[in-house]
Design a protein around this ligand. Structure first.
Ligand code: ATP
Ligand code: MG
Length: 157
């Protein structure tokens, strides 16, 4: 699937977008979420996790201290937040290698902080503040595609 872009006007719309995205996810896959503080990464994850039937929206919180939350259903679903991960030693304590050893769906907030060593398929999602409660959500298969200008903007010379 190529690059897609949406405007969300509320947290509820972002949760709904996460639910829609969940329908496309088949393990093994890493969902790499990027975007500033409060952009809506955790909110989107609430939709993804509940859409997968792996947990309720309320169960999905910012994994500030535990850093990794595990939900079981038809496959393992992990919610990882790299915001407080300072260095590779911290990263090792998450034991992501163990997680990546078996098929799963992994949702990673602040994925731009570290490049995870895996050849698993990835979905890249960028969330951006777009004024008030509005967010721009861009979904692509590769980081390069994420950077492409929106259709109709930035025409090539
Ligand atoms: N359109 C929207 N989409 C998502 N969240 C929204 C939207 N409008 C308002 N909000 C609010 O913005 C906040 C987003 O917080 P959230 O924890 O999802 O962001 P985050 O990207 O995970 O931040 P952090 O980097 O701290 O982890 C929530 O309080 C949510 O209610
Ligand atoms: Mg968050």
């Amino acid at each position: 699937m190529t690059r897609r872009e949406f405007i969300s006007r509320s947290a509820e719309e972002t949760v709904q977008k996460g639910r829609e995205l969940a329908l496309e996810l088949k393990p093994p896959v890493v969902v790499r979420l990027s975007g500033e503080l409060g952009a809506g990464k955790t909110t989107l994850t609430k939709g993804i996790i509940s859409g997968l039937g792996a947990g309720t929206e309320e169960e999905v919180t910012s994994p500030t201290f535990t850093l990794v939350h595990v939900f079981h259903n038809h496959c393992k679903v992990y919610h990882v937040d790299l915001y407080r991960v300072e260095d590779f030693h911290d990263l090792e304590t998450l034991a992501l290698e163990d997680i990546l050893a078996e098929s799963a769906i992994i949702v990673v907030e602040w994925s731009e902080r570290f490049s995870l060593r895996t050849d698993w398929p990835a979905v890249h999602v960028r969330l951006e503040h777009h004024g008030g409660d509005t967010r721009r959500i861009t979904i692509a298969d590769s980081p390069g595609e994420l950077e492409q200008p929106a259709p109709g903007l930035g025409k090539k010379p």
